[in-house]
Design a protein around this ligand. Structure first.
Ligand code: NZQ
Ligand code: ZN
Length: 414
């Protein structure tokens, strides 16, 4: 087990009706004047925004608001939020929404306490030193932003989507009411499930050796979310399934799933190549949903790199799907007319594992190919240009990838 620091300072308030307790809980924590941030209107239509505002009013907490944050949030709405936060001298930023809203809120929180332009943090020209605290009302389980140290912002002018990782990004509180997620369209539910599984896999496949305690937590969470996914696709109002998915979404990305898996010299507790490859897709076309991009990229990356550490794929396939390599000492091979070498047995087991994972994503309604997302071979040069800026010429810890490798992975997914 490699050395680790695990810091997850967020207070989680979880369950039915917690939306109506936001004001009371925030007042207990001493907040008096908040900036509410929300997205394209789902929280208005569902009544969530009114419930949150009524709860703040009931607790005597003043509030101003910024709506209209789009999926793959743009830096212009962050700048508008910074103005508002300063003008009203707020003591908390309160996103009500998903990863896009939460990330915009986190960027506002850092930018409001910085003299320069907030994009400096995303261009890695400046390191954040201070922030206004953030508390989240989560409406979609996916990004894990409610407990993560990360925020991802798009800059349309520069055609970039970049992340900023700092412990200052970790929210002080998260209100998680699974009933709010009943209204999610199936595509968003599926993309969220794909994203949270990807957050676990980025860490599982970091290249570090097995850490049984973390590996069991990781694979157990994936089994739980896969089981709940089936139930929620049948019945969107299945509270228990929604609740399990929501909590896995948080634990997938608060650091728990990466304990002991950070490789020496790596900046983060995982490989994160697939997230890098995906962010170029949703930067290129901001209508691409992050989780849908990952559903295509992750299996393609796996097929390209698995030979670097086959033992991790065998562990994953065994724990998540019950797939074991054929063993001539145990298995009946009388029906198989070719020779099964140990190498061939491993290859078959790994390929079956990747196939199962991809088929699961597709069964939820996620795409299998880049073509389904509207990406063609002609677009790959543009993707690689952004990747070079965001990730450099070499990246990844499971296997170090060059930009030529990235091209091959994109091409294999067309
Ligand atoms: O904008 P509104 O109208 O609210 O609609 C949203 C949006 O269209 C809708 N939605 C959310 N909750 C709903 C709902 N519709 C009905 N009922 C509800 N309860 O869902 C759509 C997607 O929302 P969004 O916030 O974009 O989803 P998600 O949570 O998947 O966030 C995606 C963003 O997070 C980033 C992604 O790159 C992407 O920009 N990520 C952030 C991370 C982090 N901060 O740690 C990690 C992730 O890897 C990811 O990169
Ligand atoms: Zn993600």
């Amino acid at each position: 087990m490699n050395d680790f620091t695990f810091w997850s300072p967020t207070r989680f308030v979880f369950g039915r009706g917690v939306t109506d307790r936001v004001g009371e809980e925030l007042a207990k924590l001493g907040y008096k004047n908040v900036l509410i941030v929300y997205g394209g209107g789902s929280v208005v239509r569902c009544g969530t925004l009114d419930r949150v505002k009524a709860s703040l009013d009931g607790a005597g907490i003043a509030h101003v608001e910024l709506g209209g944050v789009r999926p793959n949030p743009e830096v212009s709405s962050v700048r508008a939020g910074i103005e508002l936060a300063r003008e009203h001298d707020v003591d908390l930023i309160l996103p009500v929404g998903g990863g896009s809203t939460m990330d915009a809120a986190k960027a506002i929180a850092l930018g409001a306490r910085y003299d320069g332009d907030v994009w400096d943090f995303y261009a890695k020209r400046a390191v954040p030193q201070d922030r206004i605290p953030v508390a989240c009302v989560v409406t979609i389980p996916a990004s894990g932003s409610e407990a993560s140290d990360s925020a991802v912002i798009s800059n349309d002018e520069l055609h970039l989507k970049s992340g900023c990782n700092t412990d200052l990004n970790r929210p002080v509180a998260a209100f998680m009411d699974p009933e709010l997620t009943f209204t999610l369209p199936p595509y968003q539910t599926a993309a969220g499930i794909t994203d949270m599984i990807s957050h676990i896999m980025e860490r599982f496949f970091s290249g570090a050796p097995a850490v049984p305690v973390t590996d069991n937590i990781a694979c157990g969470m994936i089994r739980a979310v896969m089981d709940a996914a089936g139930r929620v696709m049948e019945d969107p109002n299945d509270y228990d399934a929604r609740a399990n998915i929501m909590w896995v979404g948080t634990l997938a990305h608060n650091g728990l799933a990466g304990i002991g898996l950070k490789t020496p010299g790596a900046g983060r507790d995982g490989d994160w190549s697939c997230h890098g490859l995906e962010h170029e897709l949703s930067a290129f076309d901001t209508s691409i949903t992050h989780g849908a991009g990952l559903a295509v990229i992750f299996p393609a990356w796996m097929r390209y790199v698995w030979r670097e550490h086959p033992e991790r794929f065998l562990e994953f396939g065994g724990q998540v799907f019950g797939i074991e390599p054929i063993d001539p000492a145990i298995d009946d091979l009388s029906e198989i007319d070719e020779e099964i070498t140990p190498e061939r047995a491993i290859e078959d087991a790994v390929e079956a594992t990747i196939d199962e994972l991809q088929d699961f994503f597709v069964s939820l309604g996620m795409p299998r190919t880049l073509g389904e997302l509207g990406i063609t071979a002609d677009d790959i040069d543009t993707l690689l240009a952004g990747l070079k800026i965001n990730k450099g010429e070499r990246f990844g810890t499971f296997r170090t990838l060059t930009l030529d490798d990235a091209r091959a992975i994109y091409e294999s997914a067309l």
